[in-house]
Design a protein. Structure first.
Length: 328
């Protein structure tokens, strides 16, 4: 059974990282995968916590650097230069964090289950990683934790687009019963019933696959696959063969993700920090702890079952939904 450490005081991160074997990273270049927040977003994991992790890596004789990748939508973070400026505005500078800040924009293909994911260069070339994830809601994936941080944030813009487009629906009117479920659950209101058929506004559709997952007759199917399933696969492409420590931050738990300038409001009281060597366990524990305080929180808000990505990640061998929670 996987161990998940739970602590409320950020100063315990050193103790936890030692328990999780940070010493194994000695002598290695270690990407610390983070999300430095879109311009206008205030809820991303702050540099003062990341600095503590960098300091522990240095004490372990590792060579850390902060890493994220450019985004596929139109925003300052879509280019390396634009992301550098945003990172600097948010306090992610070499001077403040005490290590280099790297923004990846290119990657290398990795094939899995008939798909090819381009893993960003500095993850592709690493033997180990620390992945720090802000846990919050996500309009298209239900929630975002470690799987979302790597599955979308660890791949190139081409692969990000491939996943969103691949989750868009294909409609077969001959199978449609006009029940209206798809229109009622679409988080972006991209579906309407018009006369005797369903109409999909593909400009509004963000590609989550929720309509296809909820269609009772099979009239809707995803072009390639459900977004959460693709995130789990892309995560596998990022972490296969590597040693990884995951740190999930359950603070400032917002309705939407750190890519969203209007991600608020905060929808759950702060819970603390979780850390593990198991990506499935750390995300499952995050959802379970939120569930204890606010049952089915993300499902109620986004009409998407956030456990799907966790279950899929377990099915493809990334870890276990069974875990031991160790409170410090
Ligand atoms: S959920 Fe499926 S069956 Fe129901 S209206 Fe939508 S496409 Fe038709
Ligand atoms: S995939 Fe379906 S549910 Fe998701 S945004 Fe597009 S139309 Fe809406």
């Amino acid at each position: 059974m996987s161990k998940v450490y739970y602590f409320k005081d950020q100063d315990k991160i050193g103790l936890v990282l030692k328990e999780l074997g940070i010493g194994d990273f000695s002598g290695m270049r270690v990407p610390v995968k983070v999300h430095m927040g879109e311009i206008g977003n205030r809820y991303y994991v702050k540099p003062n916590f990341i600095r503590l992790i960098v300091s522990e890596l240095r004490k372990a004789d590792a060579e850390p650097f902060i890493l994220d990748s450019t985004v596929a939508y139109t925003a300052p973070r879509a280019t390396v230069l634009g992301y550098r400026i945003v990172a600097s505005l948010h306090g992610f500078t070499k001077r403040n964090i005490k290590c280099p800040i790297v923004i990846d924009d290119k990657g290398f293909p990795t094939s899995l289950n008939d798909f090819t994911f381009e893993v960003v260069e500095n993850i592709y070339n690493s033997e180990c990683m620390v992945v720090v994830s802000h846990v919050k809601g996500h309009i298209l994936a239900g929630f975002g934790g470690a799987i979302k941080n790597l599955g979308m944030g660890g791949v190139t813009k081409n692969t990000k687009k491939f996943m969103h487009n691949g989750a868009k629906p294909v409609y077969d009117p001959s199978k449609c019963s006009l029940c209206g479920t798809c229109a009622s659950i679409c988080p972006l209101n991209a579906i309407t019933i018009k006369g005797d058929r369903v109409e999909i506004n593909y400009r509004k559709c963000g590609g989550c696959g929720n309509c296809a997952a909820s269609c009772p007759t099979g009239a809707l199917t995803c072009r390639i696959g459900n977004l959460q399933d693709l995130l789990a696969l892309a995560t596998k492409a990022c972490i296969s063969g590597k040693q990884v420590i995951y740190v999930n931050v359950l603070k400032n738990i917002t309705r939407s993700c750190d890519c969203d300038p209007r991600a608020g409001p905060i929808i759950c009281p702060d819970i603390g920090y979780l850390a593990s060597r198991d990506i499935v366990a750390v995300d499952k524990a995050s959802l379970d702890l939120i569930d204890e305080v606010k049952p089915r929180l993300f499902e109620k808000i986004h009409k998407i079952d956030p456990y799907r990505q966790v279950k899929r990640a377990q099915e493809i061998g990334l870890g276990s939904t069974e875990y031991e929670l160790i409170k410090l």
